[in-house]
Design a protein around this ligand. Structure first.
Ligand SMILES: [Fe+2]
Ligand SMILES: [Fe+2]
Length: 326
Protein backbone atom coordinates (compact mmCIF):
# COMPACT_ATOMS: atom_id res chain seq x y z
CA UNK A 1 0.00 0.00 0.00
CA UNK A 2 1.48 3.38 -0.87
CA UNK A 3 1.62 6.26 1.59
CA UNK A 4 -0.99 8.18 -0.25
CA UNK A 5 -3.44 5.32 0.00
CA UNK A 6 -2.97 5.07 3.78
CA UNK A 7 -3.61 8.78 4.19
CA UNK A 8 -6.79 8.52 2.15
CA UNK A 9 -7.96 5.66 4.31
CA UNK A 10 -7.20 7.55 7.51
CA UNK A 11 -9.08 10.57 6.21
CA UNK A 12 -11.99 8.40 5.21
CA UNK A 13 -12.02 6.77 8.63
CA UNK A 14 -12.06 10.13 10.44
CA UNK A 15 -14.77 11.47 8.14
CA UNK A 16 -17.12 8.78 9.39
CA UNK A 17 -17.41 10.66 12.68
CA UNK A 18 -17.84 14.07 11.05
CA UNK A 19 -21.20 14.73 12.72
CA UNK A 20 -19.65 14.33 16.17
CA UNK A 21 -16.66 16.43 15.15
CA UNK A 22 -18.88 19.27 13.97
CA UNK A 23 -21.08 18.96 17.06
CA UNK A 24 -18.06 19.08 19.37
CA UNK A 25 -16.12 21.94 17.82
CA UNK A 26 -18.43 24.23 15.88
CA UNK A 27 -21.44 26.26 16.97
CA UNK A 28 -24.93 26.14 15.55
CA UNK A 29 -25.40 28.98 13.10
CA UNK A 30 -28.65 30.27 14.59
CA UNK A 31 -27.13 30.45 18.06
CA UNK A 32 -23.71 31.71 17.06
CA UNK A 33 -22.67 35.34 17.52
CA UNK A 34 -22.78 37.49 14.43
CA UNK A 35 -20.82 40.65 13.60
CA UNK A 36 -24.01 42.70 13.94
CA UNK A 37 -24.15 41.79 17.65
CA UNK A 38 -21.01 43.87 18.22
CA UNK A 39 -21.59 46.82 15.91
CA UNK A 40 -23.78 49.91 16.04
CA UNK A 41 -27.12 49.07 14.42
CA UNK A 42 -27.43 51.16 11.29
CA UNK A 43 -31.23 50.94 11.36
CA UNK A 44 -31.42 52.35 14.89
CA UNK A 45 -32.10 56.04 15.70
CA UNK A 46 -29.06 55.90 18.00
CA UNK A 47 -26.72 54.89 15.19
CA UNK A 48 -25.02 58.25 14.71
CA UNK A 49 -24.48 58.69 18.45
CA UNK A 50 -23.10 55.15 18.76
CA UNK A 51 -20.69 55.75 15.90
CA UNK A 52 -19.50 59.00 17.51
CA UNK A 53 -18.78 57.09 20.70
CA UNK A 54 -16.96 54.37 18.77
CA UNK A 55 -14.78 56.93 17.00
CA UNK A 56 -13.93 58.63 20.26
CA UNK A 57 -12.83 55.30 21.73
CA UNK A 58 -10.50 54.75 18.75
CA UNK A 59 -8.94 58.21 18.75
CA UNK A 60 -6.01 57.32 20.98
CA UNK A 61 -5.20 53.87 19.57
CA UNK A 62 -1.44 53.94 18.83
CA UNK A 63 0.04 53.63 15.35
CA UNK A 64 1.71 50.23 15.83
CA UNK A 65 -1.44 48.84 17.36
CA UNK A 66 -3.56 49.90 14.40
CA UNK A 67 -0.98 48.52 11.96
CA UNK A 68 -1.10 45.14 13.68
CA UNK A 69 -4.89 45.20 13.87
CA UNK A 70 -5.16 45.97 10.14
CA UNK A 71 -2.61 43.23 9.33
CA UNK A 72 -4.75 40.82 11.36
CA UNK A 73 -7.87 41.93 9.51
CA UNK A 74 -6.26 41.44 6.10
CA UNK A 75 -5.10 37.98 7.23
CA UNK A 76 -8.70 37.14 8.15
CA UNK A 77 -10.05 38.64 4.94
CA UNK A 78 -7.90 36.31 2.84
CA UNK A 79 -10.18 33.46 3.88
CA UNK A 80 -10.95 32.46 0.26
CA UNK A 81 -7.30 31.39 0.00
CA UNK A 82 -7.55 29.17 3.07
CA UNK A 83 -10.84 27.59 2.12
CA UNK A 84 -9.72 26.76 -1.40
CA UNK A 85 -6.38 25.48 -0.10
CA UNK A 86 -8.04 23.11 2.38
CA UNK A 87 -10.66 21.97 -0.12
CA UNK A 88 -7.77 20.78 -2.28
CA UNK A 89 -6.17 18.59 0.43
CA UNK A 90 -5.99 14.87 -0.34
CA UNK A 91 -8.94 13.03 1.16
CA UNK A 92 -11.16 16.10 1.05
CA UNK A 93 -13.66 16.10 -1.75
CA UNK A 94 -16.09 18.88 -2.52
CA UNK A 95 -18.48 16.35 -4.00
CA UNK A 96 -19.07 14.58 -0.72
CA UNK A 97 -21.05 17.05 1.32
CA UNK A 98 -21.14 14.98 4.46
CA UNK A 99 -17.45 14.29 4.87
CA UNK A 100 -14.50 16.61 5.24
CA UNK A 101 -16.00 19.22 2.93
CA UNK A 102 -18.70 19.69 5.55
CA UNK A 103 -16.02 20.56 8.12
CA UNK A 104 -14.25 22.94 5.75
CA UNK A 105 -17.47 24.73 4.80
CA UNK A 106 -18.71 25.07 8.35
CA UNK A 107 -15.30 26.16 9.64
CA UNK A 108 -15.12 28.75 6.85
CA UNK A 109 -18.59 30.02 7.71
CA UNK A 110 -17.48 30.67 11.29
CA UNK A 111 -14.17 32.19 10.26
CA UNK A 112 -15.86 34.50 7.78
CA UNK A 113 -17.36 36.51 10.64
CA UNK A 114 -13.91 37.57 11.89
CA UNK A 115 -12.92 39.69 8.91
CA UNK A 116 -16.47 40.99 8.56
CA UNK A 117 -16.66 42.22 12.12
CA UNK A 118 -13.21 43.80 12.29
CA UNK A 119 -13.50 45.34 8.85
CA UNK A 120 -16.77 47.09 9.71
CA UNK A 121 -15.38 48.20 13.04
CA UNK A 122 -12.28 49.87 11.61
CA UNK A 123 -14.36 51.41 8.81
CA UNK A 124 -16.44 53.18 11.46
CA UNK A 125 -13.37 54.10 13.53
CA UNK A 126 -12.13 56.77 11.13
CA UNK A 127 -8.52 55.71 11.78
CA UNK A 128 -7.95 53.48 8.77
CA UNK A 129 -7.43 54.26 5.11
CA UNK A 130 -9.96 51.73 3.89
CA UNK A 131 -8.98 51.92 0.24
CA UNK A 132 -5.37 51.03 1.03
CA UNK A 133 -6.43 48.22 3.35
CA UNK A 134 -8.67 46.89 0.59
CA UNK A 135 -5.87 47.06 -1.97
CA UNK A 136 -3.63 45.01 0.36
CA UNK A 137 -6.43 42.52 0.90
CA UNK A 138 -7.00 42.12 -2.81
CA UNK A 139 -3.24 41.67 -3.36
CA UNK A 140 -3.01 39.05 -0.62
CA UNK A 141 -5.88 37.02 -2.04
CA UNK A 142 -4.49 37.38 -5.55
CA UNK A 143 -0.96 36.39 -4.41
CA UNK A 144 -2.18 33.32 -2.49
CA UNK A 145 0.20 31.55 -0.14
CA UNK A 146 2.82 28.84 -0.05
CA UNK A 147 2.91 27.07 3.29
CA UNK A 148 4.93 23.95 2.55
CA UNK A 149 2.15 21.46 3.24
CA UNK A 150 1.46 20.46 -0.36
CA UNK A 151 -1.85 18.55 -0.46
CA UNK A 152 -0.97 16.34 2.48
CA UNK A 153 -3.70 16.21 5.15
CA UNK A 154 -1.20 15.43 7.94
CA UNK A 155 0.98 18.44 7.16
CA UNK A 156 -2.05 20.64 6.62
CA UNK A 157 -3.58 19.77 9.98
CA UNK A 158 -0.25 20.43 11.72
CA UNK A 159 -0.29 23.80 9.98
CA UNK A 160 -3.86 24.64 10.96
CA UNK A 161 -3.31 23.47 14.57
CA UNK A 162 -0.35 25.81 14.80
CA UNK A 163 -2.06 28.63 12.98
CA UNK A 164 -5.29 28.61 14.97
CA UNK A 165 -3.19 28.79 18.14
CA UNK A 166 -1.17 31.68 16.73
CA UNK A 167 -4.30 33.64 15.79
CA UNK A 168 -5.80 32.89 19.19
CA UNK A 169 -2.74 34.44 20.84
CA UNK A 170 -2.66 37.51 18.62
CA UNK A 171 -6.37 38.30 18.88
CA UNK A 172 -6.23 37.72 22.64
CA UNK A 173 -3.34 40.17 22.95
CA UNK A 174 -5.02 42.81 20.78
CA UNK A 175 -8.01 42.41 23.12
CA UNK A 176 -5.87 42.98 26.21
CA UNK A 177 -4.15 45.98 24.64
CA UNK A 178 -7.46 47.52 23.53
CA UNK A 179 -8.58 47.43 27.15
CA UNK A 180 -5.33 49.08 28.23
CA UNK A 181 -5.99 51.82 25.70
CA UNK A 182 -9.44 52.31 27.24
CA UNK A 183 -11.43 50.69 24.44
CA UNK A 184 -13.53 47.96 26.05
CA UNK A 185 -15.73 47.56 23.00
CA UNK A 186 -12.82 46.66 20.71
CA UNK A 187 -11.41 44.47 23.47
CA UNK A 188 -14.63 42.47 23.54
CA UNK A 189 -14.61 42.11 19.74
CA UNK A 190 -11.05 40.77 19.66
CA UNK A 191 -11.92 38.54 22.61
CA UNK A 192 -14.84 36.76 20.94
CA UNK A 193 -12.74 36.19 17.84
CA UNK A 194 -9.90 34.79 19.96
CA UNK A 195 -12.37 32.38 21.57
CA UNK A 196 -13.37 31.06 18.13
CA UNK A 197 -9.72 30.52 17.24
CA UNK A 198 -9.16 28.58 20.47
CA UNK A 199 -12.09 26.29 19.66
CA UNK A 200 -10.82 25.76 16.11
CA UNK A 201 -7.31 25.01 17.42
CA UNK A 202 -8.78 22.33 19.67
CA UNK A 203 -10.48 20.73 16.68
CA UNK A 204 -7.41 20.59 14.46
CA UNK A 205 -5.27 19.33 17.35
CA UNK A 206 -7.79 16.57 17.95
CA UNK A 207 -7.56 15.48 14.30
CA UNK A 208 -3.80 15.09 14.70
CA UNK A 209 -4.22 13.17 17.97
CA UNK A 210 -6.45 10.69 16.19
CA UNK A 211 -4.09 10.35 13.26
CA UNK A 212 -1.26 9.63 15.72
CA UNK A 213 -3.32 6.72 17.06
CA UNK A 214 -3.68 5.17 13.62
CA UNK A 215 -0.55 6.12 11.68
CA UNK A 216 2.05 7.27 14.23
CA UNK A 217 5.23 7.07 12.16
CA UNK A 218 3.91 8.97 9.18
CA UNK A 219 2.26 11.54 11.43
CA UNK A 220 5.53 12.07 13.30
CA UNK A 221 7.46 12.52 10.06
CA UNK A 222 4.91 15.02 8.78
CA UNK A 223 5.11 17.02 12.03
CA UNK A 224 8.91 16.99 11.87
CA UNK A 225 8.90 18.10 8.25
CA UNK A 226 6.63 21.06 8.98
CA UNK A 227 8.81 22.19 11.88
CA UNK A 228 12.02 21.87 9.87
CA UNK A 229 10.48 24.04 7.18
CA UNK A 230 9.14 26.44 9.84
CA UNK A 231 5.53 27.43 9.96
CA UNK A 232 5.06 30.53 7.85
CA UNK A 233 2.16 32.82 8.59
CA UNK A 234 -0.75 32.76 6.14
CA UNK A 235 -0.20 36.45 5.34
CA UNK A 236 3.49 36.04 4.54
CA UNK A 237 2.89 37.52 1.07
CA UNK A 238 1.36 40.69 2.56
CA UNK A 239 2.15 43.91 0.70
CA UNK A 240 1.01 47.48 0.31
CA UNK A 241 0.25 49.21 -2.93
CA UNK A 242 3.35 49.59 -5.11
CA UNK A 243 5.48 47.15 -3.09
CA UNK A 244 6.95 43.76 -3.85
CA UNK A 245 5.28 40.61 -2.61
CA UNK A 246 5.83 40.03 1.12
CA UNK A 247 7.44 43.43 1.82
CA UNK A 248 4.82 44.58 4.29
CA UNK A 249 4.68 41.28 6.12
CA UNK A 250 8.12 41.80 7.70
CA UNK A 251 7.10 45.22 9.02
CA UNK A 252 3.76 43.91 10.21
CA UNK A 253 5.42 41.09 12.15
CA UNK A 254 8.07 43.49 13.53
CA UNK A 255 5.27 45.70 14.83
CA UNK A 256 3.55 42.65 16.35
CA UNK A 257 6.85 41.69 18.00
CA UNK A 258 7.38 45.24 19.37
CA UNK A 259 3.86 45.35 20.78
CA UNK A 260 4.10 41.80 22.13
CA UNK A 261 1.04 40.71 20.14
CA UNK A 262 2.87 37.80 18.55
CA UNK A 263 6.54 37.11 19.22
CA UNK A 264 9.23 34.53 18.46
CA UNK A 265 8.78 33.14 21.94
CA UNK A 266 5.09 32.59 21.18
CA UNK A 267 6.20 30.47 18.24
CA UNK A 268 8.29 28.33 20.59
CA UNK A 269 5.52 28.16 23.18
CA UNK A 270 3.05 26.92 20.58
CA UNK A 271 5.47 24.24 19.42
CA UNK A 272 6.07 23.17 23.00
CA UNK A 273 2.36 22.94 23.74
CA UNK A 274 1.79 20.84 20.61
CA UNK A 275 4.58 18.47 21.64
CA UNK A 276 2.83 18.10 25.00
CA UNK A 277 -0.69 17.92 23.58
CA UNK A 278 0.19 15.06 21.24
CA UNK A 279 2.27 13.35 23.94
CA UNK A 280 5.21 13.11 21.57
CA UNK A 281 7.61 11.91 24.28
CA UNK A 282 5.53 8.80 24.98
CA UNK A 283 4.80 7.90 21.37
CA UNK A 284 5.50 4.22 20.77
CA UNK A 285 5.42 1.90 17.77
CA UNK A 286 7.49 4.18 15.59
CA UNK A 287 9.83 3.17 12.79
CA UNK A 288 13.48 4.28 12.92
CA UNK A 289 12.98 7.48 10.94
CA UNK A 290 10.01 8.46 13.08
CA UNK A 291 12.00 7.76 16.29
CA UNK A 292 14.60 10.22 15.08
CA UNK A 293 11.88 12.71 14.17
CA UNK A 294 10.43 12.38 17.68
CA UNK A 295 13.83 13.10 19.27
CA UNK A 296 14.32 16.08 16.98
CA UNK A 297 10.90 17.50 17.87
CA UNK A 298 11.40 17.04 21.60
CA UNK A 299 14.66 18.97 21.54
CA UNK A 300 13.36 21.74 19.32
CA UNK A 301 11.71 24.11 21.82
CA UNK A 302 14.93 24.38 23.87
CA UNK A 303 16.94 24.86 20.74
CA UNK A 304 14.70 27.71 19.61
CA UNK A 305 15.01 29.34 23.04
CA UNK A 306 18.81 29.20 22.95
CA UNK A 307 18.87 30.76 19.49
CA UNK A 308 16.43 33.47 20.59
CA UNK A 309 18.66 34.36 23.55
CA UNK A 310 21.67 34.76 21.29
CA UNK A 311 20.02 36.73 18.53
CA UNK A 312 20.22 40.48 18.83
CA UNK A 313 17.10 42.52 19.36
CA UNK A 314 16.19 44.14 16.10
CA UNK A 315 16.17 47.89 15.98
CA UNK A 316 12.71 49.06 14.95
CA UNK A 317 12.69 50.39 11.42
CA UNK A 318 10.52 53.37 10.66
CA UNK A 319 7.97 52.17 8.18
CA UNK A 320 4.99 53.95 6.80
CA UNK A 321 1.89 51.76 6.80
CA UNK A 322 -0.33 53.44 4.25
CA UNK A 323 -3.34 51.77 5.92
CA UNK A 324 -3.28 54.15 8.87
CA UNK A 325 -4.73 57.62 8.96
CA UNK A 326 -2.57 59.60 11.40
FE1 LIG B 1 -10.09 33.86 12.23
FE1 LIG C 1 -8.81 30.69 12.63
Amino acid sequence: MNLNQTRLEVMHYLAQTMDQIVEAFLKKIDENWQPADFLPESDSPEFIEDVKELRLACKELPYDYLAVLVGDIITEEALPTYESWLMDVEGISKDKREGWSKWIRMWTAEENRHGDLLNKYVYLSGRVNMRQMEISTQHLIADGMEIGTARDPYRNFVYTSFQEMATNISHRRTATLAKQFGNNHLSKICGVIAADEARHAKAYKSFISRIFEIDPSEMMLAFEDMMRKKIVMPAHFLRQQGEKIGTTFTHFSDAAQRLGVYTTSDYTDILESLVKEWDISNMRGLNDAAEKARDYLMGLPDRFRRVAERSAIRVPIEYEFNWITR
